[in-house]
Write a protein that binds this ligand. Structure first.
Ligand code: LLP
Length: 427
């Protein structure tokens, strides 16, 4: 459930009409709802109640910063009790700047540089999720040389098909992530013996936008077996990180598991593990908490197919449709009740800049406002400046008030960072 609803014939974010935001901030603009973010964080935590009960420990919910790294969004979620799952030095600094305590920060990612490992050590983050024996040795050596001990888990690759889009599937043997299960005991043994590392558990993440619990349950069963094997090998296992991945509804008829169903499955899968659990949800918290508000530039008719509704947002602002063929609902801000079949496209000069093909949508005319729904996760954060378009601003709504939480970065500001070198200047 989200807080983007029609009142008096107009779409609101909480108690703010979207037309007001368009007037004051311009379009395109990402709009987030604080109440929705808080609600999703709460519902996710409540879903994990049986897990907390079974393990007698409150799990750590580390919001996947990659899904929405806006400082204000991170602040809202941090105040709602979330930690942060980060995958770069940039995300780590953001999370801490937003107020996430260091001990609630988990550092994932297959290519952490030496400088990023050092940053994590300096900031004394809660946990490194190590993805290779090479990374583990480098971290151990760095930490030991400074008289420190890094808290860490080993990410394993369970070779499970998450049945999601191939570009966002991460837990199959051929993916670059984690240690193959068959090598996990050997690598764990090697790294656990190193000074500078407290290798205290395992981590897993098999993919994103999962609509089915079965692959997760299969992966968790493999993790459970590994935990037992590692303990049999004499290791002390106190922490398991079960990753993120829970899907959301982009399109009518897509029914993701509820957080309660997810929590019940996790409680089942983790019986007797006796560990601290960490979760890394991103999309399920932020996805439906944001829309991309856009204005129709013009409606172009007269081609072979349906008319093109050309909007001022493009694939550089919201990459998901072009990148994954993803569906985002498209609704008029002030619908008249009339409908039309249209292709919804952006102004960018490639055919991939298409948000929807042959789609029945609210009838729209030049100058009218519309939204792409479910754009709060993997939206603004995946933007580029392709076609020398600037970066879209972000707004956070809170009841009747709203604030610009990221400025629009115009194309000339990006150009200002470029220069023509002396050797190209005409003499
Ligand atoms: N933990 C790890 C280690 C991850 O790699 C990811 C996402 C998450 C947690 C959060 O997953 P979530 O709960 O959001 O599904 N750009 C793509 C999604 C890429 C996901 C990458 N990893 C998209 O727009 O669909």
């Amino acid at each position: 459930m989200d807080h983007f609803t029609y009142k008096n014939g107009e779409l609101y974010a909480e108690d703010v009409p979207l037309s007001r935001i368009a007037d004051e901030v311009g379009t395109p603009v990402y709009v987030y709802s604080r109440a929705t973010l808080e609600r999703h964080a709460r519902v996710f935590r409540e879903g994990l109640a049986p897990v907390a009960q079974a393990t007698r420990r409150e799990p750590l919910v580390a919001f996947a910063v990659k899904s929405n790294p806006n400082l204000a969004v991170l602040r809202v979620l941090s105040r709602a009790g979330c930690g942060a799952d980060v995958v770069s030095g940039g995300e780590l600094v953001r999370a801490m700047t937003a107020g996430v305590p260091a001990d609630k920060i988990v550092f994932s990612g297959v290519g952490k540089t030496r400088a990023e490992l050092q940053l994590g050590l300096d900031r004394q983050i809660g946990q490194f999720n190590i993805e290779s024996s090479e990374e583990g040795r480098e971290l151990a050596e760095l930490a030991a040389s400074q008289g420190r001990v890094a808290q860490a888990t080993l990410r394993i690759n369970p070779d499970v098909d998450a049945k999601t889009h191939e570009k966002i599937s991460t837990g199959r043997a051929e993916n670059k992530f984690g240690i193959p299960l068959v090598r996990a005991r050997e690598v764990f043994g090697e790294l656990a013996a190193l000074e500078g590392l407290n290798l205290r558990g395992v981590a897993v993440h098999i993919g994103s936008q999962l609509l089915d619990l079965e692959p997760l349950e299969t992966a968790f069963a493999k993790v459970g077996q590994l935990v037992a094997d590692l303990r049999a090998d004499g290791h002390t296992i106190t922490h398991v990180d079960l990753g993120g991945g829970l899907g959301v509804t982009y399109k009518d008829g897509e029914v993701p598991p509820t957080p309660a169903e997810y929590g019940a499955m996790v409680a089942r899968a983790t019986v007797g593990w006796d560990v601290h659990l960490t979760f890394e949800p991103g999309r399920v918290i932020a996805g439906n908490a944001g829309v991309l508000l856009t204005r129709v530039v013009r409606v172009k008719r007269g081609g072979n197919g349906p008319p093109f509704v050309i909007v001022d947002a493009a694939m550089n602002d919201l990459a998901r449709p072009a990148m994954y063929g993803a569906w985002h609902d498209f609704d008029a801000v002030m619908p008249t009740g009339e409908r039309m079949v249209a292709n919804i496209v952006g102004p960018i000069c490639e055919t991939g800049d298409t948000f929807a093909t042959d789609r029945e949508v609210d009838a729209l005319q030049s100058g009218e406002l519309a939204v792409f729904r479910t754009a709060g996760a993997y939206g603004a954060t995946m933007a580029s400046s392709y076609n020398s378009r600037g970066f879209v601003p972000e707004v956070l709504v809170d009841g009747e008030q709203f604030a610009v939480v990221a400025d629009r970065i115009p194309a000339d500001a990006i150009m200002d960072a470029e220069r023509v070198p002396d050797f190209l200047l005409d003499d």
